[in-house]
Design a protein around this ligand. Structure first.
Ligand code: SF4
Ligand code: SF4
Length: 423
């Protein structure tokens, strides 16, 4: 019978493909990636350097595919991977890496370190070592369509509340409309103002949209676990819902990882192209701006505001300009953090890290980078476009007694919409 450890090692072996082999062999050990990683820069602990996270995988690659590694294994200088090695890798790949991609971006020889970290996560999941919080989230996502376990009935109640507040009808299961909207779990209950905000924006822009009762959330714990089968199952649910409603466009919510999963990973993990397009909600709002369908009032925001770019949407997903176009449209005093857009520093809560209880202390330590970024601007408002970032920012600001307001960009746009009698 194959043990969990053997399953994990076999998965790791199978994961060593041509890109992985080329990344290991082309690494020049310059250490530059370490200075891109918030977990290393804020703690100074060598174990958090990006390439160190991949030690079991690298050892396996050497033992299987290099002459020197085989020789070292033969004379006992390179040991077999143990359960303890795999358990140590859980901390380094799940608990202290947000898959933010800053290391991959900075590597001078082009090594995609996140590509390998995801493979490490997949092997650890196969070995039965994925964090219980992520496993639970995956079960809820598959069974209830919601990472936090909020069924469609919860969203339907929120929709009714938003209709009452705005006086605007919001569709569920309306076919042939312009957009099908997906949310993140946090937006269903915690940041639910996004529902009424979008109703107002889309009404002003004259576009049609709907929720689907078959798929209402887009966050994807399967992707965090490196488990392509689970990731694919969730994507298939969303694709089936969009196909049934015959929509041309699907909107990914203010959630960085959801965007990475449905926009970029999705067609690859299910093995076929979608019959519709996928946009981040902020891309859609910027398209409406460009078409002259979005009218906002910039005069009322003279206080400086800044923007936190979510890693998966901005650095890894390529959505960098739309948010800036929108911010400049509604604010006369938008100021950039020193490192922003693709270079932005991670909030420290993505990649599933924020959902793991045991990461609390580490997250407090690494938030100091974001604190310094905000402090040096002297702003009272930070806008973002990811519910996980928003939660992490709110928690970090609270822990540091900082009197700074965090707001989602969609909500900010809705707050600045011109009223019907304004021009
Ligand atoms: S992906 Fe981000 S958090 Fe993970 S090792 Fe690279 S820089 Fe560090
Ligand atoms: S930056 Fe690239 S080459 Fe340098 S140590 Fe990191 S992975 Fe290796």
């Amino acid at each position: 019978m194959t043990t969990s450890l053997e399953q994990g090692i076999n998965t790791l072996k199978a994961a060593i493909d041509a890109p992985t082999a080329s990344y290991f062999s082309s690494c020049v050990h310059c250490g530059i990636c370490a200075y891109a990683c918030i977990f290393y820069t804020e703690t100074g602990e060598a174990k958090y350097t990006p390439m160190n996270r991949l030690e079991p995988m690298k050892r396996l690659w050497e033992q299987e595919y290099t002459v020197l590694g085989r020789l070292k294994k033969l004379i006992g200088l390179s040991k077999a991977i143990t359960q303890a090695d795999m358990e140590a890798a859980v901390e380094l790949n799940f608990e202290s890496c947000t898959t933010c991609g800053r290391c991959s971006m900075i590597c001078p020889v082009g090594n995609d370190i996140v590509y390998m970290i995801k493979k490490m996560r997949g092997a650890l999941t196969a070995a039965g070592l994925a964090p219980p919080e992520l496993k639970g989230a995956a079960v809820r996502a598959i069974e209830k369509g919601s990472v936090m376990g909020f069924p469609m009935e919860t969203l339907a109640a929120q929709v009714r509340a938003a209709e009452k507040e705005t006086g605007i009808k919001i569709n569920i299961d309306e076919p042939n409309v312009d957009y099908m909207l997906l949310l993140s779990s946090a937006e269903v209950v915690q940041f639910d103002e996004i529902i009424g905000s979008l109703a107002k924006i889309f009404k002003q822009a004259g576009v049609t949209w709907t929720f689907s009762s078959k798929a209402h959330e887009a966050a994807n714990p399967g992707m965090h676990m490196g488990a392509k089968d689970i990731e694919a199952q969730q994507i298939e649910q969303m694709v089936a819902a969009a196909e049934e409603l015959k929509v041309k466009n699907v909107i990914s919510p203010e959630c960085g990882h959801a965007y990475m999963a449905i926009r970029w990973d999705g067609p690859n993990v299910i093995g076929r192209p979608y019959p519709f397009k996928v946009f981040h909600i902020i891309e859609v709002l910027d398209q409406l701006r460009e078409q002259g369908k979005l009218k906002t009032n910039a005069c009322c925001t003279e206080e400086p505001i800044t923007f936190h770019d979510p890693c998966q949407a901005a650095r890894r997903g390529g959505v960098n300009q739309p948010q800036r176009n929108l911010l400049n449209m509604m604010s006369s005093n938008f100021v950039e953090m020193k490192q922003h857009s693709a270079c932005n520093w991670c909030c420290g809560g993505g990649g599933g890290v924020g959902s793991l209880e045991k990461t609390e202390e580490l997250r407090k330590r690494i938030f100091h980078r974001k604190k310094r970024q905000i402090d040096e601007l002297g702003v009272n408002t930070v806008v973002t476009m990811c519910a996980t970032c928003r939660n992490t920012l709110e928690e970090g600001l609270e822990n540091n007694s900082m009197d700074v307001n965090v707001i989602g960009l969609t909500e900010a746009v809705a707050n600045h919409l011109l009223k019907e009698n304004e021009s």
